[in-house]
Design a protein around this ligand. Structure first.
Ligand code: FEO
Length: 408
């Protein structure tokens, strides 16, 4: 069941739409934001979703917005006819959701900020909200708004250690903040374009959630006993078919991998690229799906997405001043931070007069529980005997892939 549009985007600056009677979605659309955390590419912009729940005795605002959209949030609360706010639920302290809380508190001096204990501490440090404005809540603690009841479920590490999700019991809506989110600025309230939303959600998972895969699995299990009809995240559209995103998360966080190899490479004068193309051809011949990325031309988010399921990463780089190319360093460093399920790593590339490329790259991936294959290093332009070593690497990768439990 879907609620009616009470206003449309064309009528107000920010979308105010009804999810259920007494439950409004307030979406701040950031169409043109292209970078998050000064790191993550946002090809589709993003949204900061807040929600208003009006009970018979009290009103709660769930999350707020990025400070850049603070004025729009305040205007929209007025547009939505919100008079008094008793509680501001801070599911997560990161400023893209909490940044407008001080402005809301100023306009609503009666409001208390409801959050996990750790989140209250973060918000005192990050936003200088005074301690007396908080109401800390424990795991599964409930808050009655009269005819609507909020339950706070502690879900640490989706995305920071303080994160919680909020469950509206009567309407069976899970307000999940970053969890199950996607960076899309779009006018659809619901995840109607499932392929697009899943692709964006996978990118989001890869960049934001993947480092905490073990904790995400625990939190998915924790939510498994709850009857959820809608998942309303604070980025991207609402899921009115929750199993779509829940099943995707189960797959992404599972231990199973796909018969895929990521080749992340840089080539300055073409020698390393010759090796990369030979390896790509060799892996394809051996039945392995290859995702090849020319790093200086690649959206690094695409590499992160490819790492969600892959067995192998091959980093290919020429030597630059006795070490790997800085673009290869960045890719290896990022892969190490994101902690994908990878099982195998290989390094290859062309050098001019020596260097410590392999040792330096190996030192950057210490978080990864991987087997490191014999590197293939070539002096100058590859000769046929060098390319036979690349073929041998393809053989070694294929042999290892045959030993792993692979998803279809
Ligand atoms: Fe959307 Fe971790 O903030």
């Amino acid at each position: 069941m879907r609620g009616a549009n009470v206003r449309t985007i064309s009528e107000v600056k920010m979308a105010v739409r009804e999810l259920r009677p007494g439950v409004l979605s307030l979406s701040a659309l950031d169409w043109n934001r292209r970078l998050f955390d000064s790191l993550i590419p946002l090809p589709d912009g993003t949204t900061y979703n807040a929600y208003i729940i009006t009970g018979s005795k009290a009103t709660a605002l769930i999350d707020s917005s990025d400070p850049a959209k603070e004025r729009e949030l305040l205007e929209n609360l007025k547009n939505a006819g919100v008079g008094r706010i008793d509680y501001i639920i801070a599911n997560h302290a990161e400023q893209d959701h909490s940044g407008a809380i001080p402005a809301v508190l100023k306009e609503h001096p009666e409001a208390k900020v409801v959050a996990s204990q750790k989140c209250t501490e973060f918000l005192q440090d990050l936003l200088h909200i005074p301690a007396e404005r908080f109401k800390p809540v424990g795991d599964h603690e409930r808050l009655s708004l009269g005819n609507k009841t909020l339950e706070f479920i502690h879900t640490p590490w989706v995305h920071w250690p303080e994160t919680i999700v909020t469950y509206l019991q009567e309407d069976k809506i899970l307000f999940s903040c970053d969890f199950f989110g996607s960076h899309i600025a779009g006018s659809d309230l619901y995840a109607d374009d499932e392929a697009k939303v899943l692709s964006s959600a996978k990118r989001y998972y890869a960049e934001i959630m993947m480092p905490f895969r073990a904790m995400i699995k625990i939190n998915l299990e924790k939510l498994s006993g709850i009857d959820i009809r809608l998942i309303a995240p604070s980025h991207g559209p609402v899921h009115d078919n929750p199993s779509l995103i829940l099943n995707a998360y189960r797959e992404w966080t599972s231990d199973a991998v796909k018969n895929e190899a990521v080749i992340a490479y840089v080539s300055m004068h073409g020698s390393t690229e010759i090796m990369v193309n030979r390896l790509t051809e060799g892996l394809i011949k051996r039945g392995i799906t290859v995702r090849q990325f020319d790093l200086p031309k690649t959206d690094i988010g695409e590499v992160a997405m490819a790492l969600v399921d892959a067995v192998t990463i091959v980093v290919a780089t020429p030597t630059v001043l006795a070490g790997p190319h800085p673009q290869a360093v960045y890719a290896a460093y990022l892969a190490n931070l994101l902690r994908p399920k990878l099982k195998l790593v290989a390094v290859m590339g062309s050098y001019g007069w020596g260097g410590k490329m392999v040792e330096q790259l190996a030192g950057m991936i210490t978080n990864l529980k991987v087997e490191v294959l014999e590197p293939v290093l070539v002096k100058g332009l590859p000769r046929e005997e060098d390319l036979l070593k690349v073929d041998a690497l393809a053989d070694a990768i294929a042999k290892k892939h045959s030993e792993y439990k692979l998803m279809d």
